[in-house]
Design a binder for this molecule. Structure first.
Ligand code: GDP
Length: 365
């Protein structure tokens, strides 16, 4: 399954946020490099539709779909020089599919900042620079091999030569690979390099407790937004400290606390949804009397592949997918009425599954 890695400089609130994710509540430590080992935290993907379907079908149980975060701690500065813990940091990033970059936007004199003052853009650039330098090395090595072939007018080598030149030029201007517009053909070449800066990034601005109702007043946040926009990335705002409190609550208690705080959705829920989105993930449902369940699939998947998310036998023996959209089903009020209205389609192996589809797979065993 796809995972998003949480990165950030020391003391920006990563552990606090990650603890909210795992609800482990382990103590956040006020000194740099407190956490070194990567950790995986599994969260339920919040989805109001699951509740609605449950009310309608009244199943024995309801199972949400899950999403995985990896906590990537470790030494950042100098990582691209390939020494010890820094090297580990880069190799952990290489293994994740997307990056959640936590940036300190809160002021708190009691909390040491590694460079002495809160400066989110400098912080972002510190990490991004290490990733860019590592990618520059990858590209430079490849250049050596391709240059000769390109001189001999090898067609593929010429395309690759162009791609490498674009990448190198961008890196030399401190720009990440994700900020470059590549054609589809070029993108295929780029993907072979497994670059760090091609991975999508979500900036997670960690603002102060007193700012969570009206974070727009935070100048640091505005700076992060501007920076992100320039490279085509998204930003969400959280207060990690409050998130760790919210994470301990459930149901009505959680609703009440959020209301008290004057926010509609917890930062963690926003983080989960935005990460899910960034990875091109979506949800389909199965809704039987035994179980109503949400499943994660990658947008663009066809029906047999989506069936394979449930079980490989479903994919192998796929016959058809009886499908109704969530909206049509809820509109109808029951599967029977949806069928009467002709809203339940029988889809074959070329059907591209859509977010919100409620599906009954027919398969041979
Ligand atoms: P990490 O090194 O990035 O994992 O940072 P931590 O999560 O350990 O946080 C460092 C310190 O900042 C801890 O003392 C946290 O309690 C504090 N901290 C984290 N988030 C917030 C926040 O939103 N507001 C305030 N005031 N302090 C925070």
């Amino acid at each position: 399954s796809l995972t998003a890695g949480i990165v950030g400089l020391p003391n920006v609130g990563k552990s606090t946020l990650f603890n909210a994710i795992t609800q482990a509540g382990a103590e956040a430590a006020n000194y740099p490099f407190a956490t070194i080992d990567p950790n995986v935290g599994i969260v339920e993907v919040p989805d109001n539709r699951l509740q609605k379907l449950t009310e309608m079908v009244n199943p024995k149980k309801t199972i949400p779909t899950a999403f995985e975060f990896t906590d990537i701690a470790g030494i950042v500065k100098g990582a691209s020089k390939g020494e010890g813990l820094g090297n580990q940091f880069l190799s952990h990033i290489r293994q994740v599919d997307a990056i959640c970059h936590v940036v300190r936007c809160f002021s708190d004199d009691n909390i040491t900042h590694v460079s002495g003052q809160v400066n989110p853009i400098e912080d972002i650039e510190t990490i991004n620079l290490e990733l860019i330098l590592a990618d520059l090395e990858t590209v430079t090595k490849r250049f050596g091999r391709v240059e000769k072939m390109a001189k001999q007018k090898d067609k593929e080598a010429l395309v690759e030569y162009d791609v490498l030149s674009k990448l190198k030029a961008a890196f030399e201007e401190d720009k990440p690979a994700r900020a470059i517009d590549f054609s589809e053909e070029e993108m295929k070449v780029v993907q072979q390099y497994h670059l760090l800066t091609i991975k999508p990034v979500l900036y997670v601005a960690n603002v102060g407790e007193e700012e969570i109702q009206n974070p727009e007043g935070n100048e640091n946040l505005q700076a992060v937004k501007e920076y992100a926009e320039n490279e085509g990335s998204n930003v969400i705002t959280v207060c990690a400290k409050i998130e760790s409190e919210i994470a301990e609550l459930e149901g009505e208690e959680k609703e009440m606390f959020l209301e008290e705080l004057g926010i509609e959705e917890s930062g963690l829920d926003q983080l989960i949804k935005a990460s899910y989105d960034m990875l091109g993930l979506a949800t389909f449902f199965t809704a039987g009397e035994k179980e109503v369940r949400a499943w994660t699939f990658k947008k663009g998947m066809k029906a047999p592949q989506a069936a394979g998310v449930i079980h490989s036998d479903f994919e192998r023996g796929f016959i058809r997918a009886e499908t109704v959209s969530y909206e049509d089903l809820v509109d109808a009020g029951s599967m029977t009425v949806a069928k009467e209205r002709g809203k339940v389609r029988s889809e074959g192996k070329d059907y591209v599954v859509q977010d919100g589809d409620v599906i009954l797979f027919r398969f041979n065993v």
